[in-house]
Design a protein around this ligand. Structure first.
Ligand code: XIL
Length: 488
């Protein structure tokens, strides 16, 4: 139940409205600019130009102090990204360090930069157990007092930027790895309801913002992401406003969860949006060239997992360059997790993201159109392919099939067709991320318009639902563009 608003909110709200109303109108225009169909991007154009063409968001966490002190940082933050998240500037310890004493210098500086650069803003974050001032964290509040503290905080912070924030990470990191509730002052005092309360309070403070939950280690299917899946189903059933789930994706090099796309898909199937909100891929230092190349493949896999699912709206990296990443301070001995190195030079990971968005890579990209165009006819040199097939969610008369196809050849495939035979009378009903058909026992999956290019070394994940009549043997062989693939 909502608490009555305290009259003391009104004075500061009126004062600041004057300042931010211009920003709100401006933001509405900018929102339109970000989404307007863009002119075709040159092959080597910045990430945001390619992303804009696909209606996709490529974001970065941005820290206002670096914007002021480091022009290379500010330039890259502005040129490469069409979305932005304040790395720390909107957290509770920064915005309300003492009770009802609000401080918006950093948050305003961040907003000014994002708006000046037509960037969609993800507000981060309203209710979180961490970076919480001790007056909240260690307070011994009654239920009604904590609700009023939360409401005041959300009113002041989300209300200040109402109309200017596309998405709010309303509650952050509420579950533990085993899917149980994390202990926090909010959970201890209010029980699980604190999430619904926070969502409703944010909807009231900024009716235009989308309301999201956000967490780490929920990138693949596991106990923790299951907990979110169940919670979101409950929230929807109860009529609580919920618009999206952010998968932070603070990843370890070489460890992109294989079920990431399937996980994204299941949340999208609930009717909410999904985004990768804090992507970084950390490496044990010093990073070797081959580790940087592995990192590039990981970035590509994450990009593909999101871009392959309708409803996955964007990918945000947790920092602009390795120079200021939080990783070395947090994970001892690890670093180099981002797209640009400490000298602001693009890394292989940058090329991978660029290619995923439809641009060319630095290396091969300048050789005049051979890479995405005619380069793949390659005579007999197209190498083999690899397929992994799994029958997930099997029940007595049906199942969901997940297939990942990897192009192991030396050049991109411009258009692809995967074929296999169902060995025991299975019948396809529908599929996704490809155009699916079945004739006799032979199933054909052909690229869609948006995943037609399968880069050398790249993978595409596709899936389908099918029925069976008791026996569900797995297909034994697969061909990609007529060539037989290894099966794992
Ligand atoms: C991190 C920031 O990057 C650091 O600068 C800060 O010291 C700690 O927080 N999950 C989140 C982010 O939701 O807010 C965290 O950001 C990283 C983990």
């Amino acid at each position: 139940m909502r608490l009555a608003k305290r009259a003391s909110h009104e004075t500061p709200r009126r004062t600041r409205r004057g300042r931010r109303v211009v920003g709100a109108a401006f933001a509405a225009l900018l929102g339109a600019a970000v989404l307007a169909p863009a002119a075709p991007a040159a092959a080597d154009a910045p990430l945001r130009d390619h992303a804009a063409q696909q209606g996709f968001e490529i974001g970065a966490a941005i820290a206002p102090n670096h914007l002021q002190n480091d022009s290379q940082y500010a330039d890259l933050a502005a040129t490469e990204f069409n979305a932005a998240t304040p790395e720390n500037a909107m957290k509770w310890s920064v915005t309300e360090p003492s009770r009802n004493q609000f401080s918006f210098g950093q948050a305003d500086a961040f907003m000014d930069f994002a708006q000046a650069n037509n960037q969609k803003v993800r507000g981060h974050t309203l209710v979180w157990h961490s970076q919480l001032p001790s007056w909240v964290e260690n307070g011994n509040f009654s239920r009604s007092e904590l609700l009023s503290i939360m409401e005041n905080h959300i009113d002041q912070v989300a209300g200040r930027y109402a109309g200017e924030i596309a998405y709010w990470d309303v509650a952050n990191e509420i579950f533990l790895g085993d899917g149980s509730w994390r202990d926090s002052v909010f959970y201890r005092t209010l029980g699980p309801d604190f999430v619904a309360e926070a969502l409703r309070m944010t909807a009231e403070a900024d009716p235009n913002a989308e309301l999201w939950l956000n967490d780490y280690s929920i990138d693949g299917i596991n106990a923790k992401s299951d907990a979110y899946y169940n919670l979101i189903q409950d929230l929807i059933a109860q009529g609580v406003p919920i618009d999206g789930i952010g998968l932070q994706a603070h990843l370890i090099n070489g460890q992109v969860p294989s079920s990431m796309q399937q996980n994204i898909q299941r949340f999208a199937d609930l009717g909410i949006k999904v985004a990768i909100t804090e992507l970084d891929v950390r490496i044990q230092m010093p990073a070797s060239q081959s580790e940087l190349e592995q990192q590039a493949r990981d970035y590509r896999a994450v990009m593909d997992a999101c871009m392959n699912v309708n409803g996955c709206i964007g990918v945000t990296v947790w920092g602009v360059s390795d120079q200021y990443s939080w990783v070395p301070d947090t994970f001892e001995g690890q670093g180099a997790p981002l797209l640009f190195n400490e000298n602001y030079q693009p890394k292989p990971a940058y090329d991978a993201v660029h290619e995923a968005l439809g641009g060319t890579s630095d290396g091969g990209g300048d050789d005049g159109g051979g890479d995405d165009g005619g380069g793949d006819d390659g005579g007999g040199t197209s190498g083999p392919c690899a397929v992994s097939y799994s029958a997930a969610n099997e029940w007595n008369t049906g199942f969901t099939g997940q297939i990942t196809v990897t192009n192991n050849g030396g050049s991109a495939l411009n258009g692809w067709e995967l074929q296999f035979d169902f060995p025991s009378g299975q019948q396809l009903s529908n599929g996704w991320n490809a155009q699916w058909s079945q004739s006799g026992s032979t199933v054909t999956a052909t690229n869609t318009s948006w995943n037609s290019t399968l880069a050398a070394g790249g993978s595409v994940s596709i899936g389908f639902n099918a029925s069976h009549s008791g026996s569900n043997a797995e297909p034994e062989s697969f061909t990609l563009n007529g060539q037989s693939c290894s099966v794992s």
